[in-house]
Design a binder for this molecule. Structure first.
Ligand code: DAK
Length: 258
């Protein structure tokens, strides 16, 4: 049996996934993405898990898709096998929040994977980049789309066209990452944030995630209506009654996710 490329752990109500292919700086082979997709789907279906943290090593979150594997492929090879299509696409369907805890390199598909997560907590040594241009290709999983939405056209053009890396400090200033912390804190910070999220009502958490993601897809008018309908819907839940009763009674809420 081959060793797992993604370590799967539970810390209370937090699912923790660690990319574990150190010799290739966590390069995202088909096998890594398939394991990641399987583990995320399992956490998504697990009632005991409220949020997920995805991390790598201190040196690399992930240095991109596997260049060795890609190097000899033709257009027909990648098109016919829908290279990285199915499993990568399925990562977008996860309903529970995913926090990326990024230390070291997050390059190419690694940067795209971090951006696919709901937010990024970066270590001070994190480096983000879309260096595909140096390989004669372009980003293939959202680098030309999510990056623009995250940091705007000018900075996205700079990163994608020059292939240069940006520091954690630059990434925070640009709005790509939510927080920057010392490298030894990054995992704990992300797990604590995930535990805090997991302590809320999962229904409101998942609806909030859906609403925010819809902001990228919909005109404002439709997005506001989508938000309002979800807001209305939450008044049918036990957790809304419990959350508000607890506030009025000055106690902590006990959510049941119903
Ligand atoms: N793939 C395979 N192996 C990699 C790798 C990668 N992306 N990055 C690093 N490695 C391997 C190196 O080959 C080396 O292996 P050995 O020689 O020891 O066997 C080992 O990791 C350590 O790397 P270095 O010796 O280079 O370490 P350094 O500290 O000197 O440099 C570095 C670190 C991260 C700056 C450097 O390794 C580097 O530039 N790596 C390549 C970064 C890169 O260009 N990434 C973009 C790849 S293209 C799609 C989804 C995703 C994508 C496309 C489509 N669809 C859904 C359609 C994504 C594409 C990409 O990511």
């Amino acid at each position: 049996m081959t060793a797992a490329l993604v370590k799967v752990e539970k810390r209370g109500q937090v699912g923790l996934l660690t990319l574990d292919r150190p010799k290739a700086l966590n390069a995202l082979s088909n096998e890594v993405i398939a394991e990641l997709a399987t583990a995320l789907r399992a956490f998504d279906a697990d009632d005991g898990i409220g949020a997920v943290v995805l991390t790598g090593s201190e040196k690399a979150f992930a240095a991109g898709a596997d260049i060795g594997a890609m190097s000899t492929w033709s257009y027909a090879d990648v098109f016919n096998q829908d290279y990285l299509g199915h499993d990568w696409e399925s990562l977008r369907r996860i309903r529970k929040p995913i926090i990326a805890a990024v230390a070291g390199y997050a390059l190419g598909g690694g940067c795209e994977l971090a951006m696919l997560c709901d937010f990024i907590i970066a270590a001070e040594n994190a480096r983000f980049g879309q260096p595909e241009i140096n390989l004669g290709i372009i980003p293939g999983f959202g680098g030309t789309q999510r990056l623009v939405r995250a940091i705007g056209k000018s900075k996205a053009m700079d990163m994608v066209l020059t292939g240069r890396m940006i520091t954690a400090a630059e990434a925070e200033l640009a709005g790509l990452v939510a927080r920057v912390v010392p490298v030894e804190r990054v995992l704990d910070e992300a797990v604590e944030a995930a535990a805090l999220i997991a302590s809320k009502s999962i229904m409101s958490v998942m609806m909030a995630k859906e609403c925010i993601n819809r902001a990228f897809e919909m005109p404002l008018d439709e997005g506001l209506l989508f938000e309002r309908r979800n807001f209305h819907a939450l008044f049918s839940t036990d957790d809304q009654k419990e959350g508000m009763a607890a506030f009025v009674e000055k106690r902590k809420p006990k959510f049941t996710n119903r």
